[in-house]
Write a protein that binds this ligand. Structure first.
Ligand SMILES: [Zn+2]
Length: 50
């Protein structure tokens, strides 16, 4: 079983104050600290199709 290779967990962060979207949590943390905005984390799984 190699199901985990096909399903990748992805994390996206979304700023509630200026609606900017971040591909990784590190960028969102910087934005949060720098601009004092509220960050909303969205976790999802990507399922690759054959
Ligand atoms: Zn922001």
């Amino acid at each position: 079983m190699n199901a985990l290779d096909k399903n990748k967990k992805k994390c996206t962060a979304w700023c509630e104050d200026c609606e900017e979207v971040f591909d990784n949590i590190i960028d969102s943390e910087i934005h949060k600290d720098f601009k004092k905005h509220r960050i909303k984390l969205i976790e999802f799984w990507t399922i690759s199709k054959r």
